[in-house]
Design a protein around this ligand. Structure first.
Ligand SMILES: [Zn+2]
Length: 373
């Protein structure tokens, strides 16, 4: 799997090694999973742990396949993390469709190459091709790894998010249809497949299949929300999504004064200025807290946050939005080159912007011919 979303700030994973500059991390749950197997399986545990470690080496190689293909297209990979359910390579930006096809295919291709060499080795040793069993009596290690790599490749080629096949499908569609409609078509196909798998699993009483189908369905909607927002913000600037009608309070005003703005206006957080300079930001929560402590007559300067973030009107909207989501959640103050206040970008103003841009893009896509039969 490869993703360009940037959700990697986890304290739960740590680096085990670095391959051509790419940090390879292991998530703590993966180690807990191995420990659990050691305790749960008794005498066969060591063999199983060995198999899982070998399998995850193949998963890591799969992710490196994505990473090196991405590098070929000039996109770096910030990290590869191994989870109990698989690996995740975080690539730094969304590739163009033609590149995305190859980057997504490179992972499963690695497993097919590994399977090919294991089959060669097995045939040289025993004179016959390995079968498809992963476990059971008489199944050798090579045979099990061969089957596991084929399963890895095929599973990842299922054309639904979050599998690689979903990305290939989206990229193929977006060669013909503009984003974000391409993503919504790919998500629609993936979700239909998930529904099909879900009922298939129920009929067969295959609960793993039912679970996978449910996860695929949920992951597809998340992918849709994230990539739709990303593509609508692509190439846009902070000034496109900033609020310009902002109530700015003076540092000498009291908490009671600002509370009035809370009641009579719709703004939650207020920039605080001294002269022409913005000194800080006082938030809804800080105002409420001060009032609860009966400190309404205090000056706002004593209760505001001074470590707020600021940006220029031309700064990249995607980066700003990410900063708001993952950072302190404070609004980002937009200041021009001369240090003058221009507006502020908040979580709400970004989602408002994305919603309106989405509405406009749907209007546009109605006028372009669709790929769907
Ligand atoms: Zn992959």
């Amino acid at each position: 799997m490869a993703t360009n979303s940037k959700e990697e700030r986890s304290l739960w994973s740590f680096q085990i090694l670095r391959v051509s500059g790419i940090p390879i991390k292991v998530h703590l749950t993966f180690l807990l999973f191995l420990v659990w197997i050691l305790f749960a399986l008794g005498e066969n545990a060591l063999k199983t742990v060995g198999f899982i470690l070998a399998l995850f080496l193949c998963v890591a190689l799969h992710e490196l396949g994505h990473a090196l293909a991405a590098r070929h297209y000039g996109i770096e990979t910030s990290s590869i993390t191994l989870y109990p359910i698989g690996g995740l390579a975080i690539i730094e930006k969304r590739p163009k469709p033609a590149a995305e096809i190859w980057i997504a295919l490179a992972g499963p291709l690695v497993n097919i190459v590994i399977a090919f060499f294991l089959a060669l080795g097995q045939t040289a040793k025993t004179g016959k091709l390995p079968g498809l069993e992963i476990q059971g009596a008489g199944v050798s290690f090579i045979q099990a790894m061969f089957a596991a790599n084929l399963v890895l490749a095929l599973f990842n080629l299922i054309p639904a998010f979050p599998m690689d096949g979903g990305r290939v499908l989206r990229a193929l569609v977006s060669l013909r249809v503009e984003e974000p409609r391409a993503t919504s078509i790919a998500v629609g196909i993936g979700q239909s497949l998930a529904v099909f798998l879900f009922f298939g699993g129920m009929l067969e009483q295959n609960w793993i299949l039912v679970l996978v189908a449910a996860l695929v369905f949920i992951a597809a909607s998340q992918e849709l929300a994230v990539t739709t927002a990303q593509s609508l913000m692509e190439g846009k600037a902070a000034s496109d999504a900033m609020i310009t009608e902002v109530v700015i309070v003076g540092s000498g005003e009291t908490i009671e004064d600002v509370a009035k703005h809370l009641i009579h206006g719709s703004q939650h957080d207020f920039p605080v200025k001294l002269g022409d300079d913005i000194l800080g930001v006082i938030t809804h929560a800080q105002i409420v807290q001060a009032l609860a402590l009966d400190l309404g007559s205090d000056y706002v300067a004593g209760h505001m946050s001074r470590d707020f973030a600021s940006c220029k009107p031309t700064d990249d909207l995607e980066l700003i939005s990410e900063q708001i989501q993952t950072g302190s959640q404070l609004p980002i103050i937009v200041i021009d080159a001369d240090g003058r206040f221009q507006g502020m970008v908040t979580k709400e103003s970004v989602s408002e912007y994305v919603m309106l841009a989405h509405a406009r893009s749907r209007q546009r896509s109605k006028k372009t011919p669709s790929l769907m039969p």
